[in-house]
Design a protein around this ligand. Sequence first.
Ligand SMILES: *Cc1c(COP(=O)(O)O)cnc(C)c1O
Length: 393
Amino acid sequence: MKKTIPLFRSAAASEPMAAHLGQLCGDVLRSGVYILGPQVRMLEARLSGLLKGRETVAVGSGSEALLLAFKTLGIGSAGGGTAQDEVLLPSYTFIACAEAVIAVGARPVFVDSAVDDFLPSLEHFREARTPRTRAVLAVGLFGDPTGLPELAAYCRGEQLHLIEDVAQCLGARTGDATARLEPAGTWGDATAMSFYPTKTLGAAGDAGALAFRDPRHAQQARLLRNHGWSDGRHHCLGHNSRMDELQACLLNAALDDFPAAITRRQTIATRYLAAWSGCPMRLPRDAAGHAWNYFVVALPERRERDRFAARLAESGVATRIYYEQPLHRHEALRAWHGARALPHSEKLADCSLALPLYPMLDDEEVEYVIRAVRQAAVEIADPGLRADPCDLS
Ligand SMILES: *Cc1c(COP(=O)(O)O)cnc(C)c1O
């Protein structure tokens, strides 16, 4: 029977979870405390527990977390640095990364993806470094934390700030060959988290958080998120980036199931990787500790990617392109980059496709996605073929 598999489904949207969360939200509503209250404080403590005790500051969104991270570390003209400050960041990522660099009054320097990889290699960052470079923004794209230990060692040696964008890889772990795996979000000077509903830890609205190596930075970010205010006065000019109690309450509930949710993501990814190893598409790296926020494959060419997506849509399997453009090709960002080609990130934008992977997929749905993808892949490899090699019914 044909199924409809959306690209994402929230646990909060189904019973009995919806009723349970409704009850918790009712308690918050009755309490009359709606902003930066006990739920937010509890959330900050629990996030800190995920990040080896690093002090954590809840904010309004992941995008604001990035901006406040740069500002707190003194980068860019708005952070107390200069307008010449450069921040190295991948070109193949979400646009919020570049927006934050520009909003803080610094210059984004886009770095290409490595060959056959979504992430840049350390070599790419090294090549892009200039005497004006102040920081590296590492993005654990799609949940993959690979490279953080090497990048952290490089930044330490060069006296650059390392900011981790763990919007997609909260819950991932990584390490070098010898060491124990450590959580993504504990390698840099500052960490930006997003709790946008589709992330590994999702709210039912916008929310984000920051964590810092140095507690003094956390204290500064705590001032900045609420107009510089504490103890009855405004110590500096800040922002409104407060988290509300309803989102914090929902996130506290989601944290109860967080380890199980990450394990479920890993289980599904392992099944996908095994089932599709013979298909004519590039599969994501099977990194130990991967958080599998998104499962993104790369087809050989754009035409094949688009046919593949159309074929999956016919089977009822939703897909999405992450990302249609590398950052340096966006009209609004072109002026920051100039004409230099970053060929691997450009190729990825043409060829990559995200397939459904989230904890709420049940085993039957996983099986259905596996068969639909196999069938679509066979047809892409041999367009004359329209038979049914792995009967979907
Ligand atoms: C989602 C995301 C952000 C922005 O987070 P919001 O909470 O949506 O503002 C930043 N960086 C990356 C890599 C993301 O995936």
